[in-house]
Design a protein around this ligand. Structure first.
Ligand SMILES: [Zn+2]
Length: 94
């Protein structure tokens, strides 16, 4: 509505590009140690470490291959976390 509203800028951990937050997919590792993807519809603010990735297959494969998610979240990803991430990533593979 208001074009002058402050737009939060985030950086993709895959390619390093900066864009408005809403153009990214957000991954959050919650306190419960669960990976949550793009819960923008969730009004409750998720607490935990978050990273942003472009809506691009290339950026997703890049972050996974180079273990950037782990490094940026400063935690290890479980097999289940990786499955969630890979399932999501494949949506971008065309
Ligand atoms: Zn990117």
């Amino acid at each position: 509505m208001n074009e002058l509203k402050h737009v939060p800028i985030r950086t993709c951990i895959g390619c390093g590009i900066k864009r408005p937050q809403k153009e990214f997919v957000k991954l959050v590792k919650t306190k419960e140690n669960l990976i949550t993807i793009n819960s923008n519809d969730n009004k409750r603010k998720l607490e935990g470490r978050s990273v942003y990735i472009c809506k691009s297959y290339e950026c997703w494969t890049n972050t996974i291959k180079k273990e950037k998610i782990e490094r940026n979240m400063k935690s290890t990803l479980s097999k289940n976390d990786k499955d969630i991430i890979c399932d999501y990533m494949f949506k971008y593979r065309l």
